[in-house]
Design a protein around this ligand. Structure first.
Ligand SMILES: [Zn+2]
Length: 178
């Protein structure tokens, strides 16, 4: 389940040197395993998203493989660690609820809140210059169709924990597509 140190890093990450990428993934995995231990979750693999995938920040496949995009889509620089952790918490929550239902949102907020208290998730106020992707409305039929296979997330899903608590499950800030 847990990739060993020799496990090849799947996918891209071009733009990040190998060492930076390995450090980020290693740190994420330590935190992922802490979260999994606390919430009794199990993932299959934690990987860096391919470099050519720019629209989403993370993805959770139905086989338990999680991919996190490590770098900024346009600048190529590493994303803030807090953003990576937020994405990670979102994807880990999908291991229990493979959809974006209210129960998923509640569980995601629970994970994020715990991670924050444990200082795993340490968000700062977003700056205007941060990368943004325009929110799109979710289409229920799409959601139903794609919950089977995978879920894909825009940056707008990954607001701070406080923001998440204020949001409703119908806030239409994520997109699914297959
Ligand atoms: Zn999601």
């Amino acid at each position: 389940m847990r990739p060993g140190p020799e496990t090849p890093l799947v996918g891209g990450g071009e733009g990040l040197d190998h060492r930076t990428k390995k450090e980020l993934l290693g740190r994420l995995e330590v935190d992922a395993l802490r979260i999994c231990a606390r919430f009794r979750l199990r993932y299959r693999a934690l990987e860096a998203e391919r470099a050519n995938v720019r629209r989403r920040y993370g993805v959770c496949y139905s086989d338990g493989t999680i991919r996190i995009r490590l770098r900024h889509a346009t600048s190529g620089k590493p994303l803030k660690y807090s953003s990576l952790v937020n994405t990670l918490c979102h994807e880990l929550a999908h291991l229990k609820h493979f959809n974006h239902s209210p129960r998923f949102q509640t569980f995601y907020a629970e994970i994020l809140g715990w991670a924050r208290r444990e200082s795993i998730y340490q968000p700062r106020q977003p700056k205007a210059s941060e990368e943004r992707i325009a929110p799109v409305a979710i289409v229920p039929s799409q959601q139903a169709a794609l919950a089977v296979l995978l879920s894909v997330h825009e940056l707008s899903v990954h607001e701070t924990a406080d923001d998440k608590r204020r949001e409703t499950a119908q806030s239409g800030q994520l997109e699914l597509f297959g």
